[in-house]
Structures are given as C-alpha cells and as structure tokens.
Design a binder for this molecule. Structure first.
Ligand code: ADP
Length: 793
C-alpha cells in the first residue's frame, strides 16, 4: 500500500492515490525493500512501462526531504514542505529533459522546484543551486562538473535514466565518467540507475556499489510474435489468422485488423522520413474507421497542430491527423509531440508511426506494437545494421495498456519463411545483450582524461588510473594492463599537443596547461582543438611566407606580422573580412573547412560523382585551406578532406544566402541537418576564436565574421541586421533592399518602408522594431510602401 512507504514526504501517498496509484508494482515494492527511500544505491533493471519513474521519484523525494519529519501532519500545502537538498536526474537526450521536467513539475504544488539544464556548455549553472530537482543531460552534467559548479558537491541523490546507454559508443562514456566523478566527489551520494532489461544488470550494480532489482515483471502481459503470410505467429506457439489483402502492406493489414477490434497500433520505423511516409500511407487505412464525432475532434486537433508552426512538417502532420494517423519523431516540436500523444491516448489517433529515439521517455502504450524496421542505417558500420535485442524489446514493451487491454501484442514482420525463423531466433526468443563499457575508445578517453586532470580530479598518472578504476570499464575489463597502455598513449598525445604537462617525478605529476583548461571547458574533443590550432598556426606561417615571397627584397624569417597578404589570398578573402585590419585573414571557406574536418563535426558523405567534383574544387581553392592538403595517394585522408570540403561548401552556401530548398537538394540533406551543421559550426568557430585569442594568433576577426555569418545564414553586409531578434536571413535581405542596412537604420526607419519590406505583417514589424529599439514601434494606421526593385517581389 502506498500509505506504508517509509521515508517519503507526507504528501506523497495522497498524491499517488489521487493519481490512481494505490499499491506499488512489485519491482517498486522491491526497490523500497532494498532501501531506496532510505538512501540506498540501487540499480533497477525492469521492462519498459513498468514504473521506473516512480522508483526514481521515491528515491529523490525521500533524499531531498530527509531530515524533515514526515510524521508531523503535513497536509501537502506548498509552504510546508521543507527540502534541504537537491536531486539530479540525468536523461540521455535533450528532448527527454522537457518530458521529465513536465512529469516532475506536478510536484511543484508541494513546494518542490524543478529546473532543467540542457544547452549552453561552459557555465556553472549557478541558478540551479536553488532547485530541488534538476533535470539535465549527461553532457551537461559533465560540463557542469568541468566548470566546477559548486552545488554539484551538495547533491543528495543522482538518478541515471536509461543507464544501459553506457553501452552506446558515442554518449555512453560521458555518462559513465560523469557518474564516476559525481560519486568520487561525493561518496555519500545516493545513486539510482534505471535500466531496461539487460543481460548483465548485476555488473552495473557491482560497478555502482548498489542494490539490485532485476525483474521481468510487467503490469500487463506481453505476447511477442512475427507476422508472416496471412497469420500472426506468436511466441506461445499459437497462430492467429491475419490476412493481408491484395495491394495492402503488412503493416496496414495489422492496423486494420486492430481497428476492427477497436484498438490502436504503434509502428516503429527507422527514420524520420519513413515515419512521415508511413503515417501518410496508413491514414488511408484509419480514415474509413472514423465516425463523425471523431472527425470533428481530429479536425480541431489538426488546426491546433497547424497553429504551432507554419512549416511543411506541421502541415503533413495535420493532414495525417485529420484522418486518424500521425507520426512522431525527435524532429517534431514539443507542442506537436504532446498533441499527438494526447490524441493517441484519447484513442482519436489510431496509429502512430514513430522513430524509437523518444519512445523510451514517452508514455504511449498501445494495444499492438509493430516493429516494422529491424535494421537501421549505420554510417560507421557502413550500411544497414540489425537493431540490438535490447532496443527491439524496448519498443515491444510499449504494447498493452494496463487496465484496458487483456494483453499486448508486439510484432515483427517477415516477408519469407527464412526471415520468420530468423526473427524468432534473433528477437522473439533472444535475451537482451549485456551492456559493455565503451570508454576504452580513443576519442572518449582523450576527452575525459584531459577533463579529469583539468578539473582537478586527478593530478598524476597514478591518480588517473585510480580514478578510472571507478568506471564500469575498469570493472569489466579482463585484459590486465590494457587500461594502463591506453592511458599512457593518451597522456602522450595530450602532452605532445601542449594540453598537459608531465613532470619528471615519481608520481608522474600531470597538470593541464592553460590552453588545456580552455579545451576542456569548451567541451571540445582535444583532437578537434589540436586540428584547429594547427590549421590556424599553419595559416599564419604560410601567409607570412607568401607575403615575404612577394616582398621586394626577400624578407628574413622572423619578420613580424603586419605585411600585406599575398594577392591570391586577398582576391577570395576580400568580401569576407573587415578592411580595417591589414593582418592576413583566412577566408570563410578556409575556416568552415577547418572546423568541418575536426572529429566534433559529422561530415557529409561523398556520393558517387562527388569525389571528382570536390577534388577539382579542392585544387582550385587549395590556397584557402588552413593547413596542407593531403596528397591523393593518401586515400583515406584525401577522402576525409573532400568530405570536409563538401560540408564546408554547405556552410558556405548557407552563409551566402542560398535558399534552404536548394541546399537540401544539392547536398541530399534535410532542413534539420542544415541546422545541425550550422549549430556545430558556430560552436566550433566560437571555440576556435577563443583558442586563437589564447595563443595570440591574429585571426580572430575573420573567425568571428565567419561564425556570425553562418549563424544567421547571411553575407557580411547583413550581419548587423540579422542580429536583431526576429529578423532572420530572408527579412534582413528584404530590409536591406529598401535601404535599411543596419540595426541603426532600422531604429530610425520609416515605418511604412519596414512594413512594406515585411510584406504588411504588422505584428512582425512591431516586434522587430521593438527589438531594434525603435522609439515608437506601433504600426497602427501605417500602410506599407513597396519600394522599387524589391528583389523578392
Ligand atoms: P517506465 O519508466 O518504466 O517505462 P513509467 O514510469 O512511465 O514506466 O510508468 C508507466 C505507467 O505506469 C505510468 O503511466 C505510471 O503512472 C503508471 N504506474 C507506475 N507505477 C504504478 C503503480 N504502482 N500503479 C499503477 N500505475 C502505475
């Protein structure tokens, strides 16, 4: 019974009862038995949708209110709850942070304050110190630790959600090291790790020195199976007829069959594009099943969806929703997602096609789940790769709504008999894989070893090894001496690049240099920092050589900078850089290429034909590159160079005001990819500027301009205008065409001209004038003048 949970604040049981939670689920009860409300460390490995969130809440609320006496009759009013601590909830994805915040915000009624910290590395998040519950990604927590956020030491409880993701090559190591650091800094910190069902939960428990709840209990029965031919083949050996009509796809047949039984279906696919296409197609299956009232309500929801934003995605989604189908992926806005989830929960939307990314954090159970795609494109492995059993089981776990369905059914699709057998072997009967630390990978160790030294966790080789002993990696590795070997290699690399110094003493004292400190705080892969510094230094050196070559009397080495740049450099660089400075400056292309070849940027792949095109371009623009181009005989390196060039070209196009649609077509990417590249590039350029400044390279004006241009997607002359909030690249260009060329001009502008340039949108015009600091932004009674020669018509 929820009234008998020891250690929790007085208001909690009643709150749970109001929520319809009368008794704890068995894994939750077991967690309490093992002391989760009394400060015990705990690993909970339980299936999807079996109430992990409540386990976390029990731990966090008891940890931060301990010390107050739960027995003196608190009635749960806001000012009565006394909290004296902070709990940290670590999520694997930014998008999940807001899901969780909303979940926890219901407790603000009891006086708890919830904060979210996701963006903006390189700050100590001081304001978070006053919160009771902080939700953050592991990257963010890592950066808070690096920036020495003092409140981190006062944490009472940390929860790691989806801890099985330590297995993930990309973000796993950060989660692993961050947990290790938090626990090292604060040995009394209660650690609660939530995991999907995995093969080696006890290894995680051992690593975290934690109690273990390892359960396969689910609130509702789950039957897994495979659809093949005209039937469902279920794991219990039963078969159910489920015919596929002519010209119908398997998924549509299953959705239709479920609908005939008045149920809904969740379909998992492997990409955003596939999710959107599937929703479009399945809409024709759901549409005939809607009654008049459902249609009306769906039309209202579709209108709300269109109101959220004026984009193609929004339109596509609304269109599908009108017919009872929807798609769901991380590219949707938060508002779109909750509209879709609510409509699905109310059974108005009958099918959702989703990518699995967010599925873990979203509570959308469904009568049936179809895992349509069990392979996914994987760039590093080159081609389609099967999903892990763990992932497929997590998706399948969404089947069955407790209290509403007798059981849930989760299905894979086979197109021939061999595949039927394969899917049973591979997923239906298989156990989830054990999770395995990925910390030993070089980039991960480079980053984390530097940050561990820079933030003072370790100041010697011995200390480092000692700290690394606290990681999952150390607890899993059996190869004696392996950790030492990699650590020595990484230390040598960091020292060679002047990020660390090694003293020649017995302990092997290590110290981060000031540049090493900066690299760590900027959250850069040290290799990215090294690449950028090398490129910028090389530029200064060769620019100097060129200049001295062209100088009349053959200058000597060691000539101070300050000479004229070589002419071939000026010609391309001319419109990219400020004129006031006569130090040679790299071109925007040179800088975009430089950041594109760092390991922190995902490069675009070369498609067939690209190699030739970009080789030619590379030779034509060789002078612009920062650093020497590899020779064609170094195949791998040369290809990387070209991929970086392709990426840099995309950035250059964007900063040259090329239309978004043209860019997506030219490079075979989506609008979200452009934004992703642009964001990464501006972050890296910002870092490059800081590094250049720190080592005294005189190229910061060009870097700043290249960054601002790519940030706003504009040419140099629009940088000032586009910086006004609400203006953006298109409006800036239109304003410019009317003669309004700067923020200052905008402040003084004739209102009718502004309104004309903004095509008569009064609200927009008012906002923009306000943001520019106009004395009287009101547009009342102003009529637009359309100036001659408006290029956009
Ligand atoms: P998980 O995080 O394990 O995927 P959730 O924590 O989202 O699962 O829980 C799934 C659903 O079960 C939620 O809607 C939650 O309110 C509900 N729930 C959790 N615990 C209980 C309980 N003891 N009794 C009834 N419902 C519960």
């Amino acid at each position: 019974d929820v009234a008998d949970i020891p250690g929790v604040p007085a208001w909690l049981p009643e709150h749970l009862q109001e929520d319809g939670i009368e008794a704890l689920y068995p894994p939750q009860a077991e967690a309490v038995e093992r002391g989760v409300t009394g400060g015990a460390n705990l690993v909970a490995s339980v299936p999807t949708a079996s109430g992990k969130t409540l386990i976390a809440e029990l731990a966090m609320f008891s940890a931060i209110t301990s010390g107050t006496d739960g027995a003196d009759d608190h009635e749960g009013t806001a000012d009565e709850t006394v909290t004296d601590g902070t709990a940290l909830y670590i999520v694997p994805l930014r998008a999940l942070a807001s899901e969780k915040r909303e979940e926890f915000e219901q407790f603000e009624a009891y006086g708890l304050e919830v904060g979210v910290s996701t963006g903006n590395y390189e700050s100590d998040g001081g304001w978070l110190a006053d919160k009771d519950v902080v939700v953050a990604t592991s990257e963010k927590v890592d950066s808070l630790v690096r920036n020495d956020a003092p409140w981190i030491d006062d944490l009472d409880c940390v929860v790691a959600d989806e801890v099985h993701l330590v297995d993930d090559g990309e973000r796993g190591p950060t989660l692993e090291v961050t947990l290790a650091k938090l626990r090292k800094r604060n040995p009394d910190l209660q650690t609660v790790a939530l995991s999907a069902t995995i093969g080696n939960a006890e290894a995680l428990a051992e690593w975290l020195d934690a109690e273990l709840v390892d359960s396969t209990w689910r609130p509702i029965d789950l039957k897994k199976g495979v659809h093949y031919g005209q039937a469902l083949h279920l794991e219990d050996g039963n078969q159910k007829r489920l015919p596929v009509r002519d010209s119908e796809k398997q998924t549509a047949a299953i959705v239709r069959d479920t609908l005939e039984d008045d149920g809904s279906t969740l379909v998992f696919v492997n990409s955003r594009r596939n999710a959107e296409a599937a929703a479009r197609r399945l809409a024709s299956t759901t549409d005939p099943h809607l009654d008049g009232e459902e249609r009306d309500r769906l039309a209202e929801i579709a209108a709300e969806i269109r109101d959220v934003s004026d984009t193609e995605t929004s339109d596509d989604l609304a269109e599908a929703v009108e017919q009872g189908a929807a798609f769901h992926h991380a590219g949707l806005s938060r508002e779109h997602r909750s509209l879709v989830e609510d409509a699905f929960q109310e059974r108005l939307v009958k099918v959702i096609s989703a990518t699995p990314t967010l599925a873990a954090g979203v509570n959308t159970p469904s009568r049936r789940v179809v895992v349509r795609d069990w392979r996914r494109y994987d760039g590093t492995a080159g081609g389609m790769q099967p999903l892990s059993v763990l992932e497929v089981h997590q998706m399948m776990g969404r089947a069955g709504r407790p209290g509403l369905d007798p059981y849930g059914e989760a299905l894979l699709l086979a197109s021939n008999h061999d595949e039927l057998d394969e899917l049973f072997e591979r997923y239906v009967w298989a156990d989830p894989e054990p999770v395995q630390s990925k910390l030993a990978a070089e980039p991960a160790l480079r980053t984390h070893i530097l940050s561990t030294v820079a933030s003072g966790f370790a100041n010697s080789r011995e200390g480092l090894l000692d700290f690394l002993e606290a990681t999952l990696y150390a607890s899993q590795t059996t190869e004696g001496g392996r950790l030492e070997t990699v650590v020595d290699e990484v230390i040598a690399y960091l020292a060679a690049n002047d990020f660390l110094t090694r003293a020649d003493d017995e302990e092997g004292t290590l110290r981060a240099t000031s540049i090493g400190q900066t690299v760590s705080r900027l959250y850069l892969d040290p290799m990215s920092a090294a690449e950028m510094l090398d490129g910028l230094r090389e530029f200064e050196r060769t620019a100097g050589q060129r200049a001295s070559r062209s100088a009349p009397d053959g200058e000597q080495d060691g000539e101070p900078p300050g000479f004229e740049p070589a002419s071939e450099l000026v010609s391309d660089a001319g419109d990219d850089i400020g004129e006031s400075d006569d130090t040679p400056q790299p071109t925007a292309m040179g800088l975009y290429h430089l950041v594109s070849r760092t390991p922190d940027m995902y490069e675009l792949y070369l498609r067939s034909g690209d190699e030739e095109e970009y080789s030619m371009e590379a030779y034509e623009r060789e002078d612009e590159f920062l650093g020497a181009m590899p020779s064609e005989f170094e195949e791998g390196r040369f290809e990387d160079w070209l991929s970086a060039l392709k990426t840099a070209r995309l950035l250059e196009d964007w900063a040259d005001e090329i239309e978004e649609g043209t860019i997506t077509e030219r490079y075979g990417v989506g609008p979200g990819d452009i934004r992703g590249k642009v964001e990464t590039a501006s972050w890296l350029l910002n870092a490059a500027e800081r590094l250049a400044g720190e080592v005294g390279l005189d190229v910061t004006p060009a870097i700043r301009e290249a960054r601002v241009r790519v940030e706003h997607g504009v040419r140099a002359e629009l940088v000032d205008l586009a910086g006004v909030r609400g203006v953006g690249r298109k409006r800036a260009r239109r304003l410019f065409a009317t003669g309004i060329e700067s923020r200052e001009d905008l402040r003084e502008a004739e209102k009718s001209v502004v309104l004309g340039a903004l095509r008569g949108r009064e609200k927009t015009a008012e906002n923009i004038l306000t943001n520019a600091g106009h004395r009287d932004p009101s547009m009342e009674g102003v009529t637009p003048t359309t100036p001659d020669g408006d290029p956009t018509g």
